[in-house]
Design a protein around this ligand. Structure first.
Ligand SMILES: Nc1ncnc2c1ncn2[C@@H]1O[C@H](COP(=O)(O)OP(=O)(O)OP(=O)(O)O)[C@@H](O)[C@H]1O
Ligand SMILES: [Mg+2]
Length: 394
């Protein structure tokens, strides 16, 4: 079949040809946005899921919805090496300029700009071209207080202009601990004052725990929709619809086989779909095509993302990951991993923490550790250096 017509789009944050199986999530986001814009209480949401489940795609989609509904948006991906204030300030400035364009000046705008200027100076953030060299009296240097003031000033200006602010933050698990608690406190104030400012965040599953540790009321402040693999029906749509638009069908056996091989993970569905398209000579794509494509897909993943991810690890991190992989795909007790490596818990814990920091692993609950990339365990077990026998869980 023609490579030029291959509809699938495996990648990071790239729009899929069919955004399948997420209708309920999208509708809840739309409802929250419209409620915020019309001055009604609305809940911020943190979407949690493993690598490649489609979190970034959803954030982009929510941004488009918010823009269509007439909100002012800012989307940022957290850089783990930078303080949150420096990453937020330029985005908030952009929003303020947009609010200013809706309705000029006024005391509220002056207050908001002044608040931003003081904030930027205090936290050494570059705003536009100007690096403010002075500290305006309004900023205290306590991020929780200053970010709250800034959010309130901006949200009040938005309210006066009958619009809402929608912040979209990707990789939010990388926000530094103190910054995360400041962000949560600022949003808490916004929610108490019923001001039109919403946050949609996306991150790895440890985020719920991080947010809860930072502020215990975080559980009530946010919705935490889990973003997982697609249902069988969603996965079928993700594969079949894009092909159907090019006049190509799949046999039912082929679809079932791909769903089984990919576990319904959106990134894998795109990879498998693309390889099926390359493999099959004509429509319909058969089980034989799917099996052959599956071999090519696994090879491509091994040589592509898996190999690169493994190469980012130090030797002792690799050893830890290999030991984890022997237990299979589900999160495992970190004491079992330590035992398998003949290390004490306190010797193994720093290595586990390094893997978490690198975004390779996450802890769904205390004591458990799992891979953030689905199928990474299988890859490690396929490697010659990995042991072949699976130890039993204690
Ligand atoms: N609902 C969906 N249906 C079909 N394909 C999807 C869907 N959501 C995402 N995809 C595809 O899956 C791939 C991964 O999406 P995305 O980058 O948004 O995942 P992610 O959760 O942000 O991953 P990461 O944690 O690595 O950033 C992309 O190729 C995207 O087009
Ligand atoms: Mg992403």
């Amino acid at each position: 079949m023609k490579a030029t017509l291959n509809p699938y789009n495996p990648g990071a944050g790239v729009p899929p040809p069919e955004l399948a199986g997420r209708d309920d999530l999208i509708e809840s986001a739309r409802v929250a946005v419209v409620r915020a814009k019309t001055g009604r209480p609305a809940k911020s949401a943190l979407m949690l899921g493993l690598r490649g489940v489609g979190k970034t795609v959803l954030l982009n989609h929510f941004e488009a919805i918010a823009e269509t509904e007439g909100c002012q948006t800012a989307l940022l991906e957290i850089d783990p090496d930078k303080p949150l204030a420096q990453q937020l300030a330029p985005q908030l400035q952009h929003i303020l300029h947009r609010l200013d364009r809706i309705k000029k000046a006024g005391a509220d705008m002056q207050k908001a700009f002044g608040s931003l200027r003081a904030f930027a100076a205090m936290f050494k953030a570059t705003v536009g071209d100007v690096d403010f060299g002075f500290v305006a009296p309004a900023a205290t240097g306590d991020l929780a207080i200053d970010l709250t003031d800034l959010f309130v000033a901006i949200a009040e200006a938005a309210k006066k202009r009958d619009t809402a602010i929608v912040l979209l933050i990707d990789e939010i698990q990388y926000v530094q601990k103190g910054d995360l608690s400041a962000l949560i406190m600022a949003l808490h104030k916004i929610s108490q004052r019923q001001l039109p400012l919403l946050l949609f965040g996306a991150g790895l599953p440890q985020l719920a725990k991080l947010a809860g540790d930072a502020k215990s009321y975080a559980e009530r402040l946010f919705d935490y929709p889990p973003i997982g693999p697609l249902s069988a029906e969603g996965a079928r749509q993700a594969l079949a619809e894009p092909a159907a638009r090019e006049g190509v069908k799949y046999s039912k056996e082929a679809i079932d086989y791909i769903i089984d091989q990919t576990g319904g993970y959106p990134f894998f569905l795109q990879v498998w779909g693309a390889h099926c398209w390359e493999t099959a000579a004509k429509s319909p794509i058969t089980l034989t095509d799917a099996k052959q494509a599956s071999i090519a897909a696994v090879e491509a993943l091994d040589e592509g993302i898996f190999k690169v991810r493994l190469a980012r690890l130090t030797e002792r991190q690799k050893a830890y990951a290999r030991a984890m992989a022997e237990f299979g795909p589900e999160p495992v007790n970190s004491s079992d991993v330590a035992n398998a490596m003949n290390l004490s818990l306190s010797q193994a814990a720093p290595i586990r923490d390094e893997l978490i920091k690198k975004g390779m692993a996450y802890s769904p609950e205390r004591g458990l550790i799992g891979f953030t990339v689905p199928k990474f365990d299988e890859y490690l077990r396929r490697q010659p250096s990995g042991k072949s026998k699976r130890p039993t869980k204690s």
